[in-house]
Design a protein. Sequence first.
Length: 197
Amino acid sequence: MDKTAYVLVGVVLGVFLNALKEWWFQRGQNRKDLVYLTIRFACVLDTFVNSCVDVVADDGLCNGQPDPNGDCSIQVKTPKFEPLEIEVEWKSLPSELMYELLNFPNLIESANHTIDDAFEYLAIPPDYAEGFEKRQIQYANLGLKAHALSEKLRKIGGLPLAEVRSPEDWDPVRYMAEKQLKIGAYRAASRKSPEAR
């Protein structure tokens, strides 16, 4: 082999090794970006779940009492979830999961419209039971979806899954699921017996 061939092989080998090094570095950076994103959003979603529990528990009474006019009124603000306000490397996520995160505010907005309609067209003073029931079921649904999304993020990021709690410990996810069942059973009984309302 002549000198030119050695130089050419050296150049090709140098370019290949440099490309391999860059690829390896970028792969490590992508992994770090993904882990950071999953940690940030798992924590944000867990906070959202806990706020949903507060909404689900809101029956319109303050310390067990209606307002001075004798009406029930909303005591707990609805939580917000604004993923685009968090600076992360979005492209590190699988597209389906990115869509679920970015679409979640639309689910919240849709739930809020449903709740507003219930309070405006179905709820009857002074207890506004139909409005509070709709609000509780919508935020139980959102809280459970947020929990499931948080679990997906944890799996992708290689993070520990949410703590499984024993039946005697209070569990926000179990609370919301039980509230859904309770409201569903109440609705079914109401349909069968109109005077149950």
